[in-house]
Design a protein around this ligand. Structure first.
Ligand code: SAH
Ligand code: SF4
Length: 326
């Protein structure tokens, strides 16, 4: 708009039509004169994701398979509970981090998403949900947000300022790209931070997550301790529970020690097996005794079952089977 020497309120109108009225063509912005629409259409277009599939799970969650302009596909998962509508979105096509327990990691990395492709996932879902809207957002879909740092930060600003989701209701999850953690607190809106910890020793963590060889636990925990938190906020640590890898009572005790002094909570996520993996989910009893040790050590810990198991929407299973370009 600035380039076109148009006044500021024109930009505000444009933002309103894109982010609140979900138009997909400049031609539909009837608040603009025909001339203005034509002039803008020569310079720009409104991006939009193609909806390839919309699957409903018996537990109430839904999976959206979206196509991008280059025909790659990404997935977003909607998880309704009580009065919240939480959307789990992707930040990359695939992921380069190679975590052993994650199906996205197993499929390798294809490309980063642009900020508009990250944001479009919410717009597309809001359009389908009308008049309801996504209330909570998690960047826990495909990809490692902190290796697509600039686009993710830009997307978060648009989500907070233009879509209007409160920053307290947004959580970004990282596998632990340590140098980006403090940078993120400086550059992005003050959203919640989640860290995929998944082990309490370097040996176990490096075995599961190659990123740990570069940024070992001590550096990861130190950067979490420095992360600025509002008084009532906590860092979330995700801990995928895998049989005989990280699920012993000894592991639980080490985890309590590791997290000492951190304002945090732990989400214990029973591993979701997928085709071709030798990793297994621990027994319920083993998960519960692990949780008990955390609670006795004054670490808040919840067992979180993944949603959308029947539609391959569960953690780490995004983009399963349905993408011809995988
Ligand atoms: N790359 C970021 C965000 C996406 S992964 C990150 O790793 O944090 C979102 C979460 O799904 C991570 O906490 C990861 O540990 C978990 N996850 C991946 N594969 C899983 C599986 N097979 N079962 C259970 N959780 C899994
Ligand atoms: Fe990537 Fe996260 Fe999966 Fe690891 S767990 S491979 S970082 S998406």
């Amino acid at each position: 708009m600035q380039e076109q020497a148009l006044p500021r309120y024109r930009a505000q109108q444009l933002i309103h039509w894109i982010y609140q009225r979900y138009v997909t063509s400049i031609d539909d912005i009837t608040e603009f004169s025909k001339d203005l629409r034509k002039k803008l259409s020569e310079k720009a277009y409104i991006s939009n994701l193609g909806l390839v599939r919309h699957l409903h799970s018996s537990d109430g969650s839904a999976k959206f398979l979206f196509s991008l302009e280059d025909s790659r596909t990404i997935e977003s998962v909607l998880i309704p509970d009580e009065n919240r509508l939480t959307l789990c979105i992707s930040s990359q096509v695939g992921c380069a981090m190679g975590c052993r327990f994650c199906m996205t990691g197993a499929g390798g990395f294809i490309r980063n998403l642009k900020a508009y492709e990250i944001v479009d996932q919410i717009i597309a879902v809001n359009r389908i949900l009308q008049p309801r809207k996504v209330t909570n957002l998690v960047l826990m879909g495909m990809g490692e947000p902190f290796t697509n740092f600039d686009e993710v930060v830009e997307a978060l600003w648009r989500i907070v300022l233009f879509i209007g989701i409160s920053k307290r209701k947004i959580t970004v999850s990282t596998a632990g790209v340590v140098p980006k953690i403090s940078l993120f607190s400086q550059k992005a809106p003050e959203v919640n931070l989640a860290v995929s910890l998944n082990a309490a020793t370097d040996e176990a963590r490096s075995d599961l997550m190659p990123v740990n060889k570069r940024y070992p636990l001590a550096s990861l925990i130190a950067s979490c301790k420095k992360f600025p938190l509002q008084p009532t906020r906590k860092i979330t640590f995700e801990y995928v529970m895998i049989r005989d890898k990280n699920d012993s009572q000894e592991d639980a005790r080490k985890l309590v020690k590791l997290l000492k002094g951190l304002r945090c909570k732990v989400n214990l996520i029973p591993f979701n097996p997928f085709h071709g993996t030798e990793l297994k989910r621990p027994s319920d009893q083993r998960i519960l005794s692990f949780q008990k040790i955390l609670l006795e050590g004054h670490v808040r810990a919840l067992v979180r079952e993944s949603k959308g198991l029947d539609i391959q929407a569960a953690c780490g299973q995004l983009r399963a089977s349905s993408d011809p370009l995988r």
